[in-house]
Design a protein around this ligand. Structure first.
Ligand code: NAD
Length: 348
């Protein structure tokens, strides 16, 4: 049997906790990758895994991703992530959430939890009855916190503008064609901001009604989800799924810029080289999509008001420029450059 140290995704994680609560049936893994910059922060995923090895890999991979993301966002936070292993019926009980909250509390702030796939605000409120090491809770109107989506969209919009400036020498999105994959929270915010600047929007979503509604709102067009990655445009903005940039899809891209909010866009590290080799400017996903975590962090740390959060998000274009500068100077692809910068920041 493989020990956690032998997993390909094991990256000298500081601690990995295996949590069992027999009374509630809770089975969870809390992985803290790095606390070099602060408490390991990242969401908890509630997911039915095919086997426990997949859950361990997910916790290891996602917690390392949070270390990189938080470091590159300039936050005083390390990286951590939890996964709750759901049964096939995805039974989630108050007792289970309470047990999870107690487990987080037992780590005395070494890990700070928040929402991720399969967990909602109400679940986090239940967890918060057991521990103060939680973020992403409902906030009073005007206070910092709440839905990270609009903040992510704002950062992505600023990142798209920076990419357009660099790749096309344009100061505005006016008259440019932006192809957006997804019509959800992040995509919607981006489409509205870009359309306000006079960009032409094409949007694709597997939920056709959702795509139609957004296209209508921003005066854009809908595109078949199967064609969005091969559309000729000025910018492709992936705002739906991960692992969409593969050897095959990269070869078929017809854009000079790829800059979007989706997590883990590159299917493999080699795809970072492939997109770079095609001369397409790529914005590393965890750098451009950090607006949401910046907002969540300020809610937890209580260190910024709305203007302060906005100012931090407005640092995203500068970070992207630093990455692209180093990429241009060294010939390394921007995703690899970002990883190296993040590793340096967390002392690895
Ligand atoms: P969302 O659920 O609101 O929207 C995602 C949309 O993508 C949905 O409308 C869905 O139907 C669509 N979709 C799924 N598969 C598709 C496909 N094959 N083609 C086209 N559309 C497809 O999610 P969101 O919050 O907007 O997040 C979008 C992406 O951004 C995700 O990868 C997420 O991990 C990432 N992200 C989100 C945030 C945030 O603050 N919400 C922060 C960082 C990263």
């Amino acid at each position: 049997m493989q020990s956690p140290w032998d997993y390909p995704d094991f990256d000298d994680h500081e601690v990995v906790h295996f949590v069992t609560d027999r009374a509630s049936g809770l089975k969870a893994i809390i992985a803290v990758h790095s606390t070099h910059l602060g408490p390991g922060a990242g969401g908890v995923r509630f997911w039915h895994y095919a086997d426990s090895a997949s859950a361990i890999s997910d916790a290891l991979r996602l917690s390392r991703g949070m270390s990189y993301k938080n470091a590159m966002a300039g936050l005083p936070l390390g990286g951590g992530k939890a996964v709750i292993l759901a049964d096939s019926a995805r039974t989630k009980t108050p007792e289970m959430l309470a047990a999870y909250g107690r487990a987080v509390d037992g780590l005395s702030g070494n890990y700070v939890t928040a929402e991720d796939v399969g967990m909602n605000v109400a679940d986090l409120v239940a967890v918060s009855k057991q521990t103060k090491y939680v973020s992403g809770l409902p906030v009073a109107a005007g206070a910092v916190g709440g839905d990270p989506g609009p903040h992510t969209s704002y950062g992505v919009y600023l990142g798209v503008r920076a990419a357009v400036k660099r790749a096309l020498g344009k100061d505005s999105l006016s008259g440019l064609h932006i192809a957006i994959q997804g019509a959800g929270s992040v995509a919607g915010g981006l489409a509205r901001l870009a359309a306000k600047d006079g960009a032409k929007i094409s949007v694709a979503d597997i939920d056709a009604a959702r795509a139609g509604k957004l296209a209508n709102e921003v005066g854009g067009a809908t595109v078949d989800p199967a064609s969005i990655l091969t559309l000729e445009a000025d910018v492709l903005s992936p705002c739906a799924l991960g692992a969409i940039l593969t050897e095959e899809s990269i070869a078929a891209l017809r854009v000079p810029v790829v800059a979007g909010g989706a997590n883990n866009q590159l299917a493999t590290p080699a795809d970072g080289d492939r997109i770079h080799a095609r001369g397409i400017l790529y914005a590393p996903d965890y750098v451009i999509n950090a607006g949401g975590i910046i907002n969540v962090a300020s809610e937890y740390l209580g260190d910024a008001d709305e203007a302060g959060v906005k100012a931090k998000i407005e640092q995203i274009p500068g970070r992207l420029d630093t990455i692209w500068d180093e990429s241009a100077a060294t010939g390394r692809n921007p995703a690899a450059v970002a990883d190296t910068m993040a590793q340096r920041l967390i002392g690895r």
